[in-house]
Design a protein around this ligand. Structure first.
Ligand code: IDP
Ligand code: MG
Length: 156
């Protein structure tokens, strides 16, 4: 089981798309184990996007991410990191495939609605940045027996 950090960016919150995007993850079978609305302080945006420092789009990116509230989520499931990235689609809304979140809901190359961790290492780092101890609540769901094949004792 993996947990990934998802951020519904300021454009998703302002455009009233939170519910529809959360529904996609729930419908897929992924589990929301952490969720909070917050306005990201500049220092946190800079730490989160530290690998992009120096790139031409960096100032705009951290400005955008701190400009209005975001919804931060911890999303759990078997292969959740790669599954969420696939559901998000390509970085630019103009290029993202229909059927993906970015492909269906946006056209912009910088207002692209959603962030998702891109590796297990990134997920661990980013979850720790955004969630304090106790804010991620792992819990059993009644539906899990129908989301996963448990015949061999572990989810498949
Ligand atoms: P990702 O979010 O799909 O992983 P990254 O390349 O890691 O994409 O870039 C992080 C974020 O920076 C993107 O989601 C987008 O908001 C922004 N970004 C990336 N490239 C550009 C660009 O060329 N112009 C404007 N914004 C960009
Ligand atoms: Mg990235």
């Amino acid at each position: 089981m993996e947990t990934t950090l998802i951020i519904l960016k300021p454009d998703a919150v302002q455009r009233g798309l939170m519910g529809r995007i959360i529904s996609r993850f729930e419908e897929k079978g992924l589990q929301i184990v952490g969720c909070k609305l917050m306005q990201i302080p500049m220092s946190l945006a800079e730490t989160h996007y530290k690998d992009h420092k120096g790139k031409p789009f960096y100032p705009g990116l951290v400005g955008f991410m701190t400009s209005a509230p975001v919804l931060v989520m911890a999303v759990r499931g078997l292969g959740a990191i790669a599954i969420a990235r696939k559901m998000m689609g390509a970085t630019f809304g103009s290029k993202a495939e229909p059927g993906t979140i970015r492909g269906d809901f946006g056209v912009s190359n910088s207002f692209n609605l959603i962030h998702g961790s891109d590796s297990p290492e990134a997920a661990a780092r980013e979850l720790e940045l955004f969630f304090q101890k106790g804010e991620v609540v792992e819990h059993k769901r009644a539906i899990d027996a129908w989301v996963y094949d448990m015949a061999k004792g572990s989810p498949e």
